[in-house]
Ligand binder design. Structure first.
Ligand code: NOJ
Length: 665
């Protein structure tokens, strides 16, 4: 292993020595991205950090299909390039998010654009950006040249030292799987993103940003090399591109610790600024819903004796929401189509759902109805109804819709396609843009993995793309292990907000008694802080919250839009301690969770304001708490604290702690 690394390092040195090199440094000078081109005109790049090569010379480019004269040939766009010239620039700005984990984000990088021309005459630019916490690159076909049929993308990441990789396999339906860790060489394929851990304590994260009209990327592994695999159309083509065209950004975060990795905002910075002139209608909120009852089989989506979405039941939920400060109530199964899923009608309610009356009632309470548009994967049918559907929802005061695409392969306007294909990506984009026109926010279930598009379209509030809470209602494997939620913040949630739906208060599962939530009550509370979503659902039934009002108080109090967020402590797959400050406020909220191992955590409060006293409301596991034996045991206490204090949190197996720190005036 060592020998190979040495050989590769020599090779890299040789290449650097005999080729024209062009490089940029991160603003702090610690990360250097170098562009290389060999004697065959093969473009490559390498990256060093703290004077050590991290990414060895790695391939760039594409394989195209040439359809000229009716004959299909493959055409590599990976060699015979010549550098025309390069341009460099520096960028430093701070921008304000409409909502987010942070209000203000600094975007500071150095950029180099390498202008290339291929032997066939095709111009290609490769733009590199070096940030203090990572790097990014993207391809641009800058001129009107030709329509391109892209078969594959050559971008690779040849790591000098083999990392361990947290990932899920690329074919994972809807990204709903447990993430696993293994050496890169032991991995096969992965969905983007992946999280990397090196022995020396360095962390990494590879993903893409600004995915708009291109297939979602996936990864292949060969030794220490991570390769790109674009989700194909059903005919095997990766992308049809009309030039000028820019691909999504490919980026890699590299940091010395987990907290810095979590704080990286490279993905959002690589997306275009907000395109909506008015965002005042976009409101993060907590919500409840006629939902968990269906997953527990106590209610049905379709009309019948156990129908969940009835006028009467919805009024009960709306009352509960108004009484407890929730912004909205989701109702699934309100519209025609649930009997056989062959065609959903997004403007016709079931006979026992009075939309006009409910719209009036919700408005009188100051609570929003959250719509639900399950498509059963028939995206084409949805697109045909889109304008009418959104007009109908907006006319009834509905400004947030949960969309759904339950079907491993969806039917787009281009026929059956992977939802992560270029065709699927186009559909999801159309939904967001059309929704914005009607002032509708989207919670996208069965999505394409998020890539930071919410910067450009902040009405894309949240997405699923995760093995969420619902698996704890019906999964035949018994429910997600306790460590699952201690992996998600460092993996899936790095790609964007997650509609995981925390907040189970009743752990009995009469339908599938072997399946259950592997967590304590305090853990469920902590998830509201740990798993970020600006549209945050409290998933359990109102009666289960009413039964435990003391613990429920935390859910009533916790916000879902933040001024700043910090990972205080954690280890992937073991535990997480997050601290977040209310947006535009002074109060702080802490969420700490652990895997199956009970542990004691020291929490220094140094992030609090100097000279200020806070009242800490602590929702902790009781002494005898344990997710298997006693998930309900909770100890709620109050004490005064300052930034000099260190709290000791005792987390039970599958346990957690949730803390509200309120300024004491
Ligand atoms: C799967 C979604 O994730 C879930 O939240 C929803 O209830 C069902 N589909 C039905 O649309």
């Amino acid at each position: 292993m060592k020998k190979i690394t040495l050989l590769l390092l020599c090779l890299a040195a040789l290449l650097t020595a005999c080729s024209p090199t062009m490089e940029i440094q991160s603003p702090d000078g610690k990360l250097v991205v170098t562009f290389l081109i060999d004697a065959d005109g093969r473009p490559m790049y390498q990256v060093s950090r703290n004077d050590k090569l991290v990414v060895l010379p790695s391939a760039l480019g594409f394989t195209l299909r040439d359809d000229k004269d009716g004959v299909e040939t493959t055409f590599p766009l990976t060699a015979t390039f010549k550098v025309q010239n390069t341009t460099t620039s520096t960028h430093d700005e701070t921008w304000e998010t409409v909502w987010g984990e942070e209000r203000l984000i600094r975007n500071h990088y150095n950029e180099m654009v390498v202008h290339l021309r291929h032997a066939c005459g095709a111009p290609l630019d490769i733009t590199f950006r070096a940030f203090d916490d990572g790097f990014a690159l993207r391809y641009t076909f800058p001129e009107r040249f030709d329509s391109l049929t892209i078969l594959s993308e050559a971008t690779e990441y040849k790591f000098a030292v083999e990392p361990e990789v947290w990932s899920i396999p690329w074919r994972t339906e809807y990204y709903e799987a447990l993430w696993t860790k293994d050496l890169a060489s032991a991995k096969d394929t992965a969905c983007s993103p992946v999280t990397l851990e090196w022995m020396d304590g360095t962390y990494g994260f590879i993903h893409e940003a600004a995915l708009t009209d291109y297939p979602a990327q996936n990864f292949t592994f060969r030794g220490t090399t991570v390769g790109t695999y674009l989700t194909p159309w059903q005919n095997g083509v990766a992308a049809y591109v009309t030039t000028p065209f820019a691909t999504p950004w490919r980026f890699v975060i590299l940091t010395d610790n987990l907290s810095d990795m979590m704080a990286s905002r490279i993905m959002l910075n690589l997306n275009d600024p907000c395109r909506l002139s008015d965002t005042s209608w976009i409101k993060p909120m907590k919500f409840i819903g006629i939902w968990w009852g269906m997953h527990l089989k106590q209610m049905t989506w379709e009309m019948g004796p156990k129908h969940g979405a009835t006028t009467e039941n919805m009024k009960r939920y709306l009352d509960f929401a108004a009484h407890n400060g929730f912004g909205g109530v989701l109702a699934e199964g309100w519209n025609l189509g649930w009997e056989d899923w062959s065609h959903f009608d997004f403007t016709t309610p079931y006979a026992d759902w009075d939309m006009n009356e409910l719209s009036r009632y919700a408005d009188s309470l100051g609570v929003q109805i959250i719509g639900h548009n399950e498509t059963g994967g028939n995206a084409a049918d949805y697109e045909a109804q889109l304008e009418d559907a959104y007009q109908y929802h907006a006319a009834h005061g509905i400004h947030a819709i949960k969309t759904g695409y339950v079907s491993p392969i969806i039917r787009t306007v281009d026929g059956l396609q992977y939802n992560r294909s270029q065709s699927g990506v186009r559909h999801y984009r159309k939904v967001i843009e059309t929704a914005a026109k009607y002032h509708i926010c989207i919670d996208n279930h069965e999505p394409v993995m998020p890539t930071g598009l919410q910067r450009t379209y902040p009405n894309l509030l949240t997405q699923e793309g995760v093995r969420g809470q619902e698996w704890n209602a019906w999964a035949t494997d018994g429910g997600s292990p306790a460590w699952h939620t201690t992996v998600l913040p460092y993996t899936r949630v790095m790609a964007g907000p997650v509609d995981y739906t925390p907040g189970v208060f009743n752990f009995a599962n009469p339908v599938y008694p072997q399946t259950r939530v592997h967590a304590t009550l305090a853990n469920q509370l902590a998830l509201f802080v740990v798993l970020y979503s600006p549209l945050q659902m409290a998933c359990d039934l109102p009666e289960n919250y009413e039964a435990q009002p003391d613990a429920f108080q935390f859910i009533r109090d916790v916000p879902c839009d933040w001024e700043q967020s910090h990972l205080i402590d954690g280890k992937i797959g073991e535990y997480v301690v997050m601290a977040r400050q209310l947006r535009g406020g002074q109060n702080w909220y802490i969420g700490a969770i652990t895997n199956d191992d009970a542990r004691s955590i020291e929490l220094p409060l140094t992030f609090l304001e100097e000279g200020q006293t806070y009242e800490a409301n602590i929702y902790a596991d009781g002494e005898d708490a344990d997710w298997r034996k006693n998930p309900y045991s909770t100890k709620i206490s109050t004490q005064k604290v300052t930034r000099e204090d260190v709290l000791t949190l005792q987390l039970a197996s599958g346990g957690g702690a949730a803390i509200q720190l309120t300024v004491d005036n």
